[in-house]
Unconditional design. Structure first.
Length: 95
């Protein structure tokens, strides 16, 4: 993964951590593994389908908005269960 993106993701984690409860952060956000698929797409690996559902419902907007603020760029975000090989539940464009 691109070293610049690693720094951006580390800053995003700090910003997100300040916005949600410590339990939610450790349970749902900290466990996600980002992969920069291309210059416009970020793929997050999550431990389970349940994690993907919760992230989509509660934290996806915060994650996307944080990344947009840090990069001035709207990424396409995809999420995969790390135990499976195909995209699950969400694939979308950020406006």
């Amino acid at each position: 993964m691109n070293e610049d993106f690693i720094k951006i993701w580390e800053q995003a984690l700090e910003d997100i951590k300040a916005e949600i409860s410590p339990v939610a952060y450790k349970t749902y956000v900290e466990v996600m593994i980002p992969r920069l698929s291309d210059e416009n797409t970020i793929c997050f690996l999550a431990p389970s389908n349940y994690h993907i559902e919760v992230i989509n419902k509660k934290y996806l907007d915060l994650i996307a908005n944080t990344l947009t603020i840090l990069t001035n760029k709207n990424y396409i975000i995809t999420m995969y269960c790390s135990c499976m090989s195909k995209a699950l539940y969400y694939k979308g464009f950020r406006a």
